[in-house]
Design a binder for this molecule. Structure first.
Ligand code: ADP
Ligand code: TRP
Length: 329
C-alpha cells in the first residue's frame, strides 16, 4: 500500500486553515494509504524556546489528530523526535544537497529580505535550524519512503525540495530513495483568515478549531467583508464567509447560499450566522473528544509509542539502504 505522510509543528491549537489545508486531506488519504502522521517537535525548536511549551503543545497536537478521527489502529501517529534515525538521514542528505537549493527556500529568503529591508546583515538572526528546515523536512518524508504528502499550498516548495534531494541522492548512489509528491487540495489551496489574508497563527487572523461556541461565534462575526448593504447582490467567490461556508456545508445548502449571494437580499450578518451554525455543528464532537483525550495522558503516550515503533520499522529499512549506499553500513 502507498504511504501517505504529513507533519505539523506543535505551535498551538491548529486553525481552520490547517484543518482544511492539511488535516482533512491527510485524514481522507488515510482511508486508502498507510498513513504516517507526526508532530514535528524538532522543527518547532526553531522558534519555541520554552521546554514546557514544547512538551505540552506536542501532546496537544497528538490529541488534535485523534480528535479529528485519525484511527491509531490503522495509522501511525508519532513524535518526530521519537524517530532519531530521521536526523541521521538528514545528514546523509545534507552531503548531497546543494547549498543553493536551500538559499532559494521561501522561509530563508523571507528572513533575508526582511533583514535587507531593515538595513541589517542578510543572515542576521537566522539560525542554522531555520536554514536547514527543508533538509529535516526532506528527511521526514524520504526516510519512511512516503509516496504522497498532504500539505497546504505554502508547503509545496518543501516537498519539491524533498523530491530534488531524492534525485540528488539517487544520482550519486543509485535508486535508493522514492520521490514523493505533494497532495495539495485544489478546492482549498489557501484558506483566508478573518482579515482576508492567508489564515495564519502569525497574523492573529485565525479561527482555532476547538474554540468554544462563544469564541467561535465572536471570531466568525469579526470576519471582514465588503460594505455592500443587505439588498445588494454579492460575489460569493470574493467573500471569506462564503469561502469557509462552502467547505463545511452540504452541497445543496452551498448552492442555495450562492444563489442568495448573487440575488441580493442577504446581509453578511445572516451569512455569518449560517457559517457559525455549520462550523459549530461540524466541530462540536471533535472538540469534546479533544477535551477527553487531553484528560487521559496515558492513552496518548501509548498511541505515540506504538506509532513511533511503526515509523521506526519503515525508517530502518530506508536508512539502512542509505547507510549501505554511502559505505557506512
Ligand atoms: P501557520 O501559517 O498558521 O503557522 P503552519 O505553517 O503551521 O500554519 O501550517 C501547518 C499546515 O497547515 C501546513 O500543511 C500548511 O500548508 C497548512 N496551512 C496553514 N495555513 C493554511 C491556510 N491558510 N490555508 C491552507 N492551508 C494552510
Ligand atoms: N513544515 C511543515 C509545516 O510547517 C511541517 C512538517 C515538518 C512537515 N516535516 C514535514 C509536513 C514532513 C509534511 C511532511 O507545516
Amino acid at each position: 500500500m502507498d504511504i501517505s505522510l504529513t507533519g505539523i509543528r506543535p505551535t498551538g491549537i491548529p486553525h481552520l486553515g490547517n484543518y482544511l489545508g492539511m488535516f482533512r486531506p491527510a485524514l481522507r488519504l488515510a482511508r486508502d494509504h498507510e498513513a504516517l502522521c507526526f508532530v514535528a517537535d524538532l522543527h518547532a525548536l526553531i522558534d519555541v524556546r520554552d521546554p514546557a511549551a514544547v512538551a505540552a503543545r506536542t501532546r496537544e497536537l497528538a490529541a488534535v489528530w485523534l480528535a479529528f478521527g485519525l484511527d491509531p489502529a490503522s495509522a501511525a501517529l508519532y513524535r518526530q523526535s521519537d524517530v532519531p534515525e530521521v536526523c541521521e538521514a538528514m545528514w546523509l542528505l545534507s552531503c548531497v544537497a546543494s547549498k543553493g537549493l536551500l538559499n532559494r527556500a521561501h522561509a530563508y529568503k523571507a528572513a533575508v529580505a526582511a533583514n535587507r529591508a531593515g538595513g541589517r546583515e542578510p543572515d542576521s538572526g537566522v539560525t542554522v535550524g531555520l536554514y536547514a528546515y527543508p533538509l529535516l523536512m526532506a528527511a521526514d518524508i524520504l526516510a519512511p519512503g512516503a509516496d504522497v504528502v498532504p500539505v497546504g499550498r505554502d508547503q509545496g516548495q518543501h516537498v519539491e525540495i524533498a523530491r530534488e534531494l531524492a534525485r540528488a541522492f539517487n544520482g550519486v548512489y543509485g535508486a535508493v530513495l522514492r520521490a514523493p509528491r505533494a497532495a495539495v487540495d485544489p478546492s482549498v489551496m489557501t484558506v483566508p483568515g478573518l482579515d482576508g489574508r492567508k489564515m495564519s497563527k502569525s497574523y492573529g487572523n485565525a479561527i482555532a478549531v476547538f474554540a468554544g461556541p462563544d469564541e467561535l461565534r465572536r471570531s466568525v462575526m469579526r470576519i471582514v467583508t465588503d460594505s455592500r448593504p443587505p439588498e445588494a447582490p454579492k460575489d460569493p467567490e470574493a467573500d471569506t464567509v462564503f469561502g469557509l461556508y462552502r467547505e463545511f456545508a452540504p452541497a445543496g445548502d452551498v448552492r442555495a447560499m450562492r444563489a442568495r449571494y448573487e440575488a441580493g437580499g442577504l446581509g453578511y450578518g445572516e451569512a455569518k450566522a449560517a457559517l457559525f451554525e455549520v462550523l459549530d455543528e461540524h466541530l462540536r464532537a471533535p472538540r469534546a473528544r479533544f477535551r477527553e483525550l487531553m484528560a487521559d495522558p496515558g492513552e496518548l503516550d501509548r498511541v505515540l509509542a506504538a506509532g513511533a515503533a511503526r515509523a521506526r520499522e519503515l525508517v530502518a529499512i530506508t536508512v539502512g539502504r542509505m547507510r549501505a549506499a554511502v559505505g557506512i553500513a
